[in-house]
Design a binder for this molecule. Sequence first.
Ligand code: HEC
Length: 113
Amino acid sequence: MSQVTLSTLLRSLLVVGLTCGALSVQAQDVAAAEAAIKAGKCSKCHAVDKEKTGPAYKKVAEKYKGKADAEAKLFTHLTTAPKIKVDGEEEQHVKAKGDEADTKNLVKYILTR
Ligand code: HEC
């Protein structure tokens, strides 16, 4: 095998390797976000694309599309238990379970539905 073909081959392998790495990181984030949703019992009131007691995550993503403070707003929403209305009754929104990184990951997940 000539030197040129070998280096081309190595370069393609590197590209494939990097692509796979990036994909697996992304897949893990989704899995972590879904685990956080489960842990927080969010699905009692939310779904990805249908309205329940709370808005669909797709609706939320639409509402915040292009807004620079979207991540900060949702992070606050999920860490400070703001007052919300559920069936006409005022109650506090649940806080997300997990640490700051988990919640940021969850916010990213919601904003990319
Ligand atoms: C008891 C029902 C209930 C549960 C459980 C619940 N939510 Fe909500 N959530 C709501 C309601 C109702 C709203 C709408 C509040 C409003 O617009 O004033 C809301 C709003 C939201 C919003 C949009 C906030 C905004 O600024 O537009 C997000 C994001 C969200 N919830 C995520 C979650 C996550 C993540 C969990 C789990 C950790 C969760 N919710 C658990 C009822 C719930």
